[in-house]
Design a protein around this ligand. Structure first.
Ligand SMILES: Cc1cc2nc3c(=O)[nH]c(=O)nc-3n(C[C@H](O)[C@H](O)[C@H](O)COP(=O)(O)OP(=O)(O)OC[C@H]3O[C@@H](n4cnc5c(N)ncnc54)[C@H](O)[C@@H]3O)c2cc1C
Length: 385
């Protein structure tokens, strides 16, 4: 890993930033206001090869990795128009299928995911389990050659626009009776698979859903990967999820700081622009440093992941997600404050990021669960739960 970005990465950043600037925050705000999705941007990013940059070339992808996918999401976010479903469709689902799917599953799903013409959501969170994913109860049992899935999921993003959802369930080990995690592709229209939107205080085009799986019958090839290696396969998808959530947060932090700096440079209520007051400038400078540090950790995690070091990437991806979320929450808060009353005015569109920036602090794994992970795995401290 080099601390200096390659020419290729710089060019990718510049090209994605140019695409993002053609859409910008106004495009997202209008989509939210009109109850639409950001389909045009998604389609164009797909056509340009950005959505599948991490997927294998043999299946229509760009043959690169998480570094490049994270760069794409970060730059779109920095332009004010992040695509949340990049975190789930190409990063989690695309990765899991590319690494563990059958040849048939790869040929069926990957070219569409890479081009953006197919979207896949990802469902692990359950109402009773929450952060404790060991408690998930969505269960798959065999019935003839099929699988039958029963369970409930909450807060699953983008199910309305996804062609399918990768559902984390459990199967019973016939020898030990223990439940083990398994991944299933559930088609959007599978009988027994229903979704209800959850009203959220988020100004985002992507919606969250409660899902019910009521005797959902799936063909045997709906199972992705090996029934006995589900946990390993799951982790292979969760590291990209954390890296991409970091990219999402870093993009948002950069966007908010950019707006605040523009404002602080020109808004003058005494002799000098407000940005000349250190009480205004220093917190912005501090936030900029925090965002940059988080980005460094995100790139470390992505490089480790791309080099095949799943264990090393796990620790770095958790730390990157933590650092990025904290940096984004503080950057947005400071940006809103920098604009004074205008920080809360709809015209400037910054206040809506106060809620949005907190998503990365909660999902896909909360700040406290990352602190738990670092306490136990990195520092070797005992567990309270
Ligand atoms: C906008 C949004 C989009 C989402 N999209 C998806 C998606 O696409 N797919 C999906 O599967 N899920 C999704 N989620 C769900 C998300 O991953 C969960 O909300 C998250 O994992 C936290 O679970 P919970 O909400 O049940 O909180 P809980 O587990 O109930 O936690 C509540 C609070 O208790 C704290 N806490 C819990 N246990 C401990 C502990 N042992 N030590 C210290 N503190 C603890 C937590 O940190 C948190 O602050 C999304 C959530 C949001 C908000």
């Amino acid at each position: 890993m080099s601390f200096v970005e390659t020419r290729e990465h710089q060019d990718l950043r510049a090209a994605v930033a140019a695409l993002g600037s053609r859409y910008g925050r106004e495009y997202v705000t209008a989509a939210v206001r009109d109850g639409k999705h950001t389909d045009e941007l998604w389609a164009e990013a797909g056509k340009l090869g950005y959505l599948g940059v991490n997927l294998p070339e043999a299946y229509g992808g760009g043959g690169r990795g998480m570094v490049e996918l994270a760069v794409v999401l970060e730059e779109l976010g920095a332009a004010g128009c992040p695509l949340l479903l990049m975190v789930v469709s190409p990063a989690i689902c695309g990765t899991v299928i590319a690494r563990f799917g059958t040849e048939e599953q790869k040929r069926h799903w990957l070219p569409g995911i890479a081009a953006g013409t197919t979207k896949m959501a990802f469902g692990i969170t359950e109402p009773e389990a929450g952060s404790n994913s060991h408690r998930i109860t969505t269960t798959a049992r065999r019935s003839g050659g099929d699988w039958v899935l029963n369970g409930r999921k909450v807060f699953i993003s983008g199910v309305d626009v996804a062609d399918a959802t990768l559902i984390v369930g459990r199967t019973e080990d016939l020898r030990t009776g223990k439940l083990k995690p398994c991944l299933f592709i559930v088609d959007r229209d599978a009988p027994g698979f229903t979704r209800t939107p959850i009203p959220m205080e988020l100004a985002a085009p992507e919606k969250q859903f409660e899902l019910v799986l009521d005797d959902v019958r799936l063909p045997s090839d709906a199972l992705v990967g090996d029934e006995d290696a589900g946990l390993l396969q799951l982790f292979a998808g969760l590291n990209p999820e954390r890296i991409m959530t970091a990219a999402f947060a870093i993009g948002m932090g950069r966007y908010a700081l950019g707006r605040a700096v523009d404002y602080a440079r020109t808004r003058t209520v005494w002799r000098e622009p407000i940005g000349a007051h250190q009480a205004v400038a220093h917190p912005l400078a501090q936030s900029h440093i925090e965002v940059e540090l988080a980005r460094l950790m995100m790139l470390k995690a992505a490089h480790l992941y791309d080099s095949g070091d799943d264990m090393g990437a796990g620790e770095a991806a958790n730390m990157a997600k933590y650092a990025a979320a904290e940096a984004a929450v503080r950057a947005v808060d400071q940006a809103v404050h920098t604009l004074g009353g205008n920080g809360l005015a709809s015209e400037y569109g910054l206040a809506q990021l106060l809620t949005a920036s907190r998503v990365a602090r909660i999902a896909p794994v909360s700040r406290e669960m990352i602190l738990n992970y670092v306490s136990h795995h990195t520092l070797g401290l005992p567990k309270s739960y």
